[in-house]
Design a protein around this ligand. Structure first.
Ligand code: SF4
Length: 237
C-alpha cells in the first residue's frame, strides 16, 4: 500500500502531550480529518488549498522509520484512526514493527460504517498500544458534524482501557463542560487529561494556572504541551 502523509512526516520528536509526555517517538501525521475544527492548528493536514503532503510507498516509509533509534510510533493527523484508509495503513505499520510501541492521537468520532473494523482490531490487539482521544465537543466545526466521541464507548464495551481522554480547555466554562463529560462517559480520574489551548508558552502557563486549583481538586491530570513550551508553534517538533 502507499499512503499520503503531511509533508513533515515522518519526523522524530519527544511526545509533548498526555501521559506519555517525554517519550522519544516517530510521528506519522496522516492527511484528512472528519472533524474540520475552526481553530485547528493542523489545517495543513486536511484543509483544501492548505494541505502540504507527500506520497509514500510502504517500502520507502518503513525504510525511513528504521533509520530512527526510537521504537515508539505515534499516529497523528488530521485523523489517523477514524478515517478508514488512514486506519488501514496504520495497521500495516503495526504489523511491520511488531516489537514497537504505538499511540493513536484521535478525535474518537467513528462513523457507523467504520465501527466493525475498529471492533475487530481492538478485540485482538496487545498491550503495546495506547490511545489518546481528544473530544471536540467544545470546538466549533466548519460544517455541521456529529462530534460524539463514540470511540470511548466502543472501547469500554470491549473492556479495552488503555486509553485516556485529553480535553482542550481555555476557561472555567470548559472546566464545567468537562466535569459533566466525565460523569456522562463514566471516565476514571486516571483517564482525565486536561490540556491548555494556546500557541505560546506564556498563554499555556497562564491558562493552566487560572484553572490549576480546580483541576487538582477534581483529581485530574495536566497535559503541558511541552513542545510548545520549547519550540512555540513550530511544525515537526
Ligand atoms: S480533530 Fe484535530 S486535526 Fe481534526 S480538525 Fe479538529 S483539531 Fe484539527
Amino acid at each position: 500500500m502507499s499512503i499520503i502523509l503531511a509533508s513533515e512526516s515522518p519526523f522524530v520528536a519527544c511526545q509533548g502531550e498526555g501521559p506519555t509526555q517525554g517519550y522519544n517517538a516517530i510521528f506519522l501525521r496522516y492527511v484528512g480529518c472528519n472533524a474540520k475544527c475552526v481553530d485547528c492548528d493542523s489545517k495543513f493536514a486536511w484543509k483544501a488549498g492548505q494541505v502540504e503532503s507527500k506520497k509514500w510507498t510502504n517500502k520507502e516509509l518503513f525504510a525511513e522509520i528504521r533509520k530512527y533509534k526510537t521504537s515508539r510510533i505515534i499516529f497523528s493527523g488530521g485523523e489517523c484512526l477514524c478515517l478508514p484508509n488512514n486506519f488501514k495503513h496504520s495497521k500495516e505499520v503495526i504489523n511491520e514493527f511488531p516489537d514497537y510501541h504505538f499511540e493513536y492521537e484521535t478525535n474518537g468520532i467513528v462513523s457507523k460504517s467504520h465501527i466493525n473494523s475498529i471492533i475487530s482490531f481492538f478485540e485482538r490487539i496487545n498491550s503495546l498500544l495506547h490511545i489518546n482521544i481528544s473530544p471536540k465537543f467544545n470546538f466549533a466545526q466548519e460544517e455541521e458534524i456529529d462530534t460524539t466521541p463514540n470511540l470511548i464507548s466502543i472501547l469500554q464495551n470491549l473492556d479495552f482501557y488503555n486509553f485516556i481522554v485529553k480535553f482542550l480547555f481555555k476557561d472555567e466554562n470548559d472546566i464545567k463542560l468537562i466535569e459533566q463529560f466525565q460523569k456522562d462517559w463514566n471516565l476514571s480520574n486516571n483517564q482525565m487529561w486536561l490540556q491548555p489551548i494556546g500557541t505560546n508558552a506564556e498563554i499555556l502557563k497562564q491558562t493552566i494556572l487560572n484553572q490549576y486549583d480546580k483541576i487538582i481538586e477534581n483529581g485530574w491530570n495536566i497535559s503541558m504541551r511541552s513542545h510548545v513550551f520549547l519550540f512555540g508553534n513550530k511544525k515537526g517538533v
